[in-house]
Design a protein around this ligand. Structure first.
Ligand code: GLN
Length: 217
């Protein structure tokens, strides 16, 4: 662990910290890693299938979905990504990462993303966006040549939408957002991923719910 200027929350023993992988084939993985460290996780840059083993969570960042998809194929990462999900561990896909997880790519969610959905004129914009599951305060959401969810099945929960187009969705352990949560100082989307990762760890350990007595906290 490297001590850094922005002090992480109270240092937890290494085994207690969440190990969250950030797919580093292409795209803005460093900003995700910084945000995860600031929240007290250990970010792990992932380029090989081996590095995908034993992670508590995984971020598939923005970038260029065709390039990321090709890199996943080239590096043989798909089985390891599926194994990660089969272990019940969460994935956060942002922007191009949303596309990479859709039915036409890795098929990790019952949804189809539409690339560059907001059109050329408004390729990039920022908006205050209410996102279910991260608290009532809207998120300052940064969209850069973003997709939206064009079509989805009933198992997909829409967490946020713009003009009726879903821009944040969740299905099981897969959380997708069309914006870039790593580009502001609002870390609530990453915190949600970490909460999902913590819950996955607890499930794997046999769901110990005894401390609070009644399971509440
Ligand atoms: N437009 C890109 C794509 O289709 C996604 C852009 C982004 O991730 N910021 O892959």
């Amino acid at each position: 662990m490297t001590p850094s200027a922005s002090a992480p929350p109270p240092a937890l023993p290494e085994a207690a910290r969440l190990r969250i992988g950030v797919l580093a084939s292409q795209g803005d993985f460093a900003a995700h890693a910084r945000m995860l460290s600031a929240l007290g996780a250990d970010p792990v840059e992932v380029r090989t299938a081996k590095e995908l083993r034993d992670l508590d969570g995984l971020v598939i960042p923005g970038g260029e979905s065709t390039t990321i998809t090709k890199a996943i194929e080239r590096d043989g990462l798909e089985p390891a990504i599926r194994a990660h999900l089969d272990r019940g561990r969460p994935i956060l896909g942002t922007c191009a990462g949303m596309i990479v997880c859709d039915r036409e790519h890795l098929d990790l969610v019952d949804a189809t993303a539409r690339r560059n959905a907001f059109g050329r004129q408004i390729a990039s914009f920022e908006i205050e966006l209410e996102v279910a599951g991260v608290g009532p305060e809207p998120i300052r959401a940064v969209f850069i040549r973003a997709p939206w969810i064009e079509d989805h099945g009933p198992g997909v929960e829409v967490l946020a939408a713009i003009d009726g187009h879903p821009v944040a969705v969740r299905q099981g352990q897969v959380l997708l957002c069309a914006f870039h949560p790593e580009l502001t100082d609002d870390s609530r989307v990453h915190a949600l991923l970490m909460a999902m990762a913590t819950a996955a760890r607890e499930r794997a350990a046999g769901a110990p719910r005894r401390q609070g007595g009644d399971g509440k906290r």
